[in-house]
Design a protein around this ligand. Sequence first.
Ligand code: SF4
Ligand code: SF4
Length: 407
Amino acid sequence: MEVEEIVAAINKSYQAENWQEVKRLNSFLADIEIDRKYEIFQHWPEVVQIELTSKCNAQCIMCSHYYEFNDCGHEISDSVLIKFEELLPYCKLVLLNGYGEPFISKHFIHCLKLLQKYNVKAMITTNLSILTDEMLRYIPDVFSEINVSCNGYDAVTYERVHRGLDFGKFEMNLSRLMKVCDNKNITLSCVAMAETIIYIPEIVRFANKYGIHKIRFGRLGISAFIRNYEQDLIHYSNVAAYYFGEAEKIAQLYGIRLIYPENYCKQPDDNLLNGEIQEITNIKFKYDSTYQMRLRNEFLQYMDYKTYGQIDRKYDNTPVHCIGICDWVAKGLYIDTQGNMFTCCESDFVNYQGNWNSENSFKIRKYFYSGFLPNFCKNCPFILNGELKMLSCEKMEQLYLSNDYLI
Ligand code: SF4
Ligand code: SF4
């Protein structure tokens, strides 16, 4: 079947409101176009990530909400929701996340209704601090995966990282959620950092207590603003490998699947391990209220000078060889509350400017087809966790370099 014939078949199914068939044909078309290395796509995104809100009710120590206090936060507008709805007939999966907490969005329930209407499954990451009875009624039907953010196993460890949240309430909501959902659909979502690495075996035990069968550890986003360089496990790779190894043993015992950055899947060097443990133990926990207020004041100054958030990014490629194309570039799209469109949530470039086939998107598709990873994809958590099905990258130093710095 040629591309034009598939497009005609998609349009016919669309007229008949046969959304399942539209999605099936759209996927078929996507595979053909990617296989032929087309730079202009006639298929629509299969996976759409949408930011319902960029506000959050927490101030976690590794997040910009730690000092922004929602000053940069927005709720999605009705016009962006209309653009989003146009994509749903073609789309198979929606991720309801951005830089905020989606469960606090006033559009949350409306969005779940839209997903039901177009037979779209959803994934979400939530801090689970809020969970109403109405949400619980929709959740089991709509969500194929719920990632619950959790970087602690008791009130002390949890509330130290997730400032502003209450561990008791979190546990209560987790129990309520587990009652209505299949536990296959719940993932504990954690950040791998120096502060938490030594207790990750306890996090595995905590997950088991609630019947959770999957835990995902993402790499820490280094922030030049928070200055959390000392928290980056890249400096303590033997400690990371050791504790992930210990956590893995416990996880296997409980039948829990553990996902963590691939650069820590190694045998730790015993000679280096003790020195690194010593270094980690000596790191003073600096993320208290005083430090938070200091960053808050700096942030307000940047806001006054209108220079906050200016980031120097290189829009070129790296020497890292890759084979294939990123799943997100091929089939995905990220839309923020303002309607800006990006390749994925890790990219700071507005790639599509309302047009899935813009100049920028050709450039990015070309980088992948030419066999070199684009610069903004360095240190991508999806690559490091081995979660991209259509892309493999050469393991070289440049792949693991952080992208985050302010000018
Ligand atoms: S819950 Fe998520 S979005 Fe909110 S402050 Fe924590 S890390 Fe940031
Ligand atoms: S940052 Fe990661 S997910 Fe985003 S386009 Fe690059 S490789 Fe894909």
